[in-house]
Ligand binder design. Sequence first.
Ligand code: NDP
Length: 486
Amino acid sequence: MTRPDAQPRASHFVDGAYLEDGAGTPIPVRYPATGETVATVHAATRAVIDRALDSATLAQADWAATDPSERGRILRRAADLIRARNRELSELETLDTGKPLQETLVADAASGADALEYFGGLAVDQTGTSMSFGADWAYTIRRPLGVCAGIGAWNYPTQIACWKAAPALATGNAMVFKPSEATPLCALKLAEILVEAGLPAGLFNVVQGMGEVGAALSTDPRVAKVTLTGSVPTGRKVHAAAAERMKHVTMELGGKSPFIVFPDADLDDAVSAAINANFYSSGQVCSNGTRVFLHGDIAQDFTDRLIARTRNARIGDPLDEATDFGPMTTEAQMQTVLRHLDTARAEGATVALGGHRIDRPGWWIEPTVLTGLTDDMTCVREEIFGPVLSILTFEDEDEVIARANATEFGLSAGLFTRDLARAHRVVARLQAGTCWINQYNLTPAGLPFGGSKASGIGRENARAAMDHFTEIQSVYVGMTPVEAAY
Ligand code: NDP
């Protein structure tokens, strides 16, 4: 496959244009399928961060005063431009993340475009309420927060940037976005496309860098809100830093979600969903259903079908559309997953499928199925963030609900059954921000997405995200003479 040129015109996008500052630490961008360096960017220096925040602050006031229908038109135009360039953007996302083109063509830029279109449509519908107090009355206005810092993870770089930028911009905010240092390329393309769609300079800036750049943004007094997609430990740090300065936060963090299969489920459907919920993006999906609870009556049949079908996965060049399964996005994440597999073996897990690094250049791990597990094992308790599916068995509804909830996480959950009364009864007792019944991992722009418990605070997507990028101003209107005691 011919490989597109990945080197961006410059490292950052600030005040409507590409910006370079070679004084920043070089960050090599490596293609996970081979380990080769395909581009280099530089971490933002203090000067770049300041320019981004200053230009965002300056631009935001006019943007907040812009007719929301104009804001919406710009976002919808950006959605159209993204769709028109889907292939080019998807190839870049594949080079950045290693995810197969088969996936990036449908799940990354495309999902970003959906968010821009959705929030572009909603921009005009930012309504308040009014109420009467006798002759007096009052109303509320939803006001933008100001400059928002967006900080992204490396698994869905385009989608994460769009999910944060679209509601922020629709509601009249500006954003300074820091992609993960592992995947710095695609957010720059989003910035370029937004400007081409008519977004005034300074409203969406991209600055590269490691955790320090994220920390500089999330502690800066010019920033009113921090929205992070990342791990729980980073979320704790960023949330604490934001709390110190009373900033608004949205935290989209990790998970260890339960995937429950009752004995009456359509097993082929459930197996398809378990494959998607564990091996799509080589398992690097926050909401994955990695604790697969199988009812004892169907456990063996399900496991046999799962293993037989997973053996058919085509592992190979991610730029070949026929490839189903790609590498891990970073070498460090591959090492983390290998360590988890060693621990699982040491704690007595049976490796029913896979379990090894694949012998080829780059950072590849076989799709892996673990059996013979108990709830206290590390591989069942901790987020692995790799292609590792853990099978557990259960006998009874109350039992599986209690075990599903026995985790600090609460991002997602899924269940498969033909008994819809049971489905809704169980969902009502699951501690998870998003639940799927007879489906898994679908996240349309119109459905709120986010975590309970340690998995996060706030919601992305849907009208809920508009609320998280605005605050209410209450206006009391006196219509009668003012009384005073003296
Ligand atoms: P990390 O938590 O390591 O990093 C997330 C981002 O935060 C990166 O850009 C990182 O910079 C930055 N960062 C690190 N330290 C700080 C700090 N002190 N202050 C501000 N920013 C900081 O997550 P990963 O990138 O490894 O992504 C994987 C995690 O993300 C998983 O736990 C996964 O579940 C979660 N995730 C959650 C999703 C959700 O919607 N709930 C969706 C996707 C992933 P850098 O790494 O560049 O140094």
